[in-house]
Ligand binder design. Sequence first.
Ligand SMILES: [Zn+2]
Ligand SMILES: [Zn+2]
Length: 285
Amino acid sequence: MKNPHLRLLSIAISGALLLNLPGCGGSEDTDTASESAADTATDTDTDTDTDTDTDTDTDSGTEDLGSGILHTAYYEFDQDNVNVVLSGTKVIIETNGLPNHTSPYWSASHELHVEPTVTSYAKMAPGYIDDFVGTYTLTVNNSPSKAGTTSATGLGAIGIAVSGAVIYNDEEGPGIPLDDAATSLDFNGAHTGPQSYHYHLEPISFSDDDSNLVGVIADGFFLYGRKCNSTGTYPTDLDESGGHTSITQFAQDAEYHYHIQNELYLGSYYILFPGNYQGSASAIR
Ligand SMILES: [Zn+2]
Ligand SMILES: [Zn+2]
C-alpha cells in the first residue's frame, strides 16, 4: 500500500498549482512560486520532502484549496492517471482514460497486456487501450445532493473509475443491448470502442464482491462495490438506482452513494450502473 499521507499531499499540491493558474499574472510556468488568490503569500514549490506540519495554517494539505476540504474518497483515484482538484465547492476530475491494471485490450507490447480469459482475440472489440490519446473531464459538487427528479443516463462515459478508465451504463450503443457485445468484455467487464476502454460490469481488478470505491458517477455521487462498508455485507435498502444513504469508509456522516447491485447478469456478472441518476449529472468531456 502507498502511504495515504503522501497521496493526499500529492493531490493537494497538484491542485494548488492548477488553482494558481488564473492568478499567475501572465506567467505560464506552473513550476514557479506564485501567490494563491485565496491566501496570503504561499510557497507552491513542490518541496514534498519538507516537513508538512510547519505551515498548518495556510498553505499545506487541503485546507487552503477553495472553501472546503476535498472529499477523502477522491484520494483513492489513481495518482498517475487522474488529477483531482477542489475549486471552491466544485471538484474537477480529469483523467487520461487509461486503466491502471492489466487487460487483453492493451497492445501486445504494453507491460500491462495479458492474454484474454473470459473473452478471446476473435471476439474482442477493435482497438487497443493505448490507442486512446486524450482526456476526460468531469466537474461535480464536492458535496452533491439528490435532485428532485431522476434522469436517465446516456451512451458514452457516465462516470470515472478509480483506475482512470471511464464507466458506461448497460447499453452498448443506440438500440444495441449490452448482451450483444458481452462476449467482447474482458475479465473486468470492459472493452474498447468506439471510444476508449470502458467498464460495463463489476471491474474485479479493483472491486470484487467487496465494498471498495469503484468511482464517481457524473452526478457527483460515489459508486461502491456490491457490499457496503457500513455493514460489511450487501445492502438491503437500495433504491432503483442502487443507492442509499449511510456512512462509508470515507464518510463518517451518512451520505448518499451508489452500489453495484448484487443481481446476476448473464449468470456470472454484475452490471455497474444501470441508472438512473439520482442527482444532477454533468457532462464528461
Ligand atoms: Zn461498451
Ligand atoms: Zn452503502
